[in-house]
Design a protein around this ligand. Structure first.
Ligand SMILES: [Zn+2]
Length: 83
C-alpha cells in the first residue's frame, strides 16, 4: 500500500466526474470538516484507492478499478462543493 495525497485521484475522478475533481471541497460526515479533495490522505493498492479525512480518518472517497468500469463511492462525504 502506498500513502499519497488526494492529487493522486485526479486522473481517476476526472474520468468519472469530469474536470479537476481535486479542487472540489468535501464535507466529512464524521467530523464536519470541509476541505479540498487534494489534501486528503489517499491509500493506494492494486485494487484501488481510499481517501480519508485528515481530521478524523473517515473514508471520504473510494475508487475501485473493475477493468471495464471505474467505481467511485463517497461513503463518508456529506456534501461536495465546487471551488
Ligand atoms: Zn472527518
Amino acid at each position: 500500500m502506498t500513502l499519497v495525497d488526494g492529487n493522486a485521484l485526479a486522473g481517476d475522478l476526472a474520468e468519472v466526474l469530469g474536470g479537476d475533481a481535486t479542487s472540489a471541497r468535501l464535507r466529512c460526515s464524521g467530523c464536519g470538516t470541509t476541505g479540498l479533495l487534494a489534501v486528503t490522505r489517499v491509500h493506494r493498492t492494486a485494487m484501488g484507492s481510499v481517501a480519508r479525512c485528515r481530521g478524523c480518518d473517515t473514508v471520504l472517497v473510494t475508487v475501485v478499478d473493475a477493468g471495464a468500469s471505474l467505481w467511485v463511492g463517497m461513503p463518508g462525504t456529506r456534501a461536495v462543493a465546487t471551488a
